[in-house]
Design a protein around this ligand. Structure first.
Ligand code: GLP
Length: 227
């Protein structure tokens, strides 16, 4: 496990962009699990700038969706698919996407691709990854789940006062932990305690992120999250 504390979110975004760009340079057809949420947006913006400048080519990358709310109409503005498309897939000029709708189709598509090369993850305030809410063990499959009150609350600020859907489909812990490398991005004092539990506490289904230590994990945190 590599843990790096960066002075601020700008540096976090830059170092995170370097991390992914290096991997794309080594393997242009990288398969990448893509978190939405606020933490990785700076990273994605920097990657997009490099693509635009012609210093990074992501045209052979496959983007894999991490999670999606259940029961939304295709045009609903809260779709996490659209967030992934507008923040990552479109600006990075990525052509291949594995969407997350039906768990069985998703699992089969991912298997056909040979699994994930890289997972880019944020940390839920309750230790969730994607929407693997506590308790989620390491073998939890891709499935539909009910969101916890913590997730409903933390997701509320994404949607300008719109309600947060109460159920979601998430890539399973088995998918996430199967990635050949994992990048966890954590920012802000409100994540400090849960990041400490994930990195320094026992492995437990009550903190799903604690299982990331089983993977080839890089953690990038800002000063507030990991002083
Ligand atoms: C959300 C999402 C996750 C995200 C995490 C952290 O609920 N389901 O995919 O990574 O929580 O979000 P943020 O980066 O906004 O703190």
């Amino acid at each position: 496990m590599t843990v790096r504390t960066l002075p601020d979110t700008l540096m976090l975004a830059e170092v995170a962009a370097d991390w992914l760009a290096q991997r794309v340079a080594l393997k242009p057809e990288l398969t990448v699990l893509v978190a939405t949420g606020q933490t990785p947006m700076g990273m994605y913006g920097r990657l997009a700038a490099r693509v635009q400048a012609g210093t990074l080519d992501c045209s052979q990358v496959t983007a894999v969706q991490l999670d999606e709310y259940s029961g939304l109409a295709p045009e609903d503005p809260r779709r996490l698919r659209d967030w992934m498309m507008t923040s990552f897939v479109t600006p990075l000029r990525i052509l291949k996407v594995v969407p997350l709708d039906d768990p069985a189709t998703f699992t089969a598509e991912l298997e056909a691709l040979g699994g994930l090369d890289v997972a880019i993850l944020g940390l839920g305030p309750n230790g969730h990854l994607g929407f693997n809410e506590p308790p989620s063990g390491p073998d939890a499959p891709t499935r539909e789940v009910a969101l916890t009150p913590e997730s409903l609350l933390s997701n509320r600020h994404y949607w300008n006062g719109l309600d947060v859907p109460t159920r979601a489909v998430t890539a399973g812990m088995d998918v996430i932990l199967g990635a050949r490398e994992t990048l966890l991005l954590v920012s802000g004092a409100h994540k400090r305690a849960i990041l400490g539990a994930a990195l320094d506490g026992p492995e437990t289904p009550e903190v799903p992120a604690s299982y990331l230590r089983r993977t080839a994990l890089t953690v990038l945190a800002d000063q507030e999250a990991r002083p």
